[in-house]
Design a protein around this ligand. Sequence first.
Ligand code: CP
Ligand code: NVA
Length: 309
Amino acid sequence: MSVESLRGRDLLSMADLSVDELRGLLDLAAAMKTGKVNLRCNKVLGLLFQKASTRTRVSFTVAMYQLGGQVIDLNSSVTQVGRGEPTIDTARVLDRYLDVLAIRTFEQQELETFASYAKIPVINALTDLEHPCQVLADLQTVKEQFGQLKGLTLTYVGDGNNMANSLMLGCALVGMNVRIAAPSGYEPDGAIAQQATEIAAGSEVLVTQDPVEAVKGAHVIYTDVWASMGQEDLAEGRLPIFQPYQVNDPLLSHADEQAIVLHCLPAHRGEEITDEVMEGSQSLVWDQAENRLHAQKALLACLLGASAI
Ligand code: CP
Ligand code: NVA
């Protein structure tokens, strides 16, 4: 099975997965969701989060419980991390206690340092650069809706942030076309856009400033907040810059008739997405949020080598 190669590995970037591993993970997540496959592993997951989280924290916790494992919440205010203990020391100590560690932090470099000093699998639970676990759930949701991924077009409208970066890589891996519509100065990471272009075997990777052109004929319309965690002070100044990038009914009318709308959540209704679109018939945001549980349960099972029951 293509996912066996994931045992003991880190997931720091979407690009850490091969095409076959990503396909295998999505298949396993779907099979675990329906109950066709049941896996168990009596292991311990640590959650080291330096930013707020509802979905990621709860879905990882429930996933681990459902696998028969346990979870320790290690947020920085209750550990020595908040008092400045060096990452390279914390990583080597946690490695001696835990079986797997999910980290939410600012710098991708800090996550990479953790991973290089801890032998256990380290998972990116969101950095300023990437959010690969979210994209696993996103692709699972798209596949549920359309029955396939290859050849579909996903358009992300808004800030070229961690979501935009991981979506470019994830879509390129599964053969989806990906278009990012972002204002000038807010484009996604250039090196990741280049990496996605190299991964994409024949599918499109486009970065543009034109939201209407980008949405035309697309099957998935995706958005996220205009100011990510850590950028809250900049939020108000960004409102006029991002207004043309709001996902609303007029913009959605340019998409494919069967198009779905996704948002990683939390959403700022009235900013990047209107109430009407969030609550509208094309919105699959609640299924998408649910799939965080199934996708991450499959991921944990693979990294930890869980056994069938
Ligand atoms: N989408 C997501 O990662 O949500 P949380 O910040 O609530 O974990
Ligand atoms: N781009 C957002 C995603 C939150 C899940 C942030 O980093 O805050």
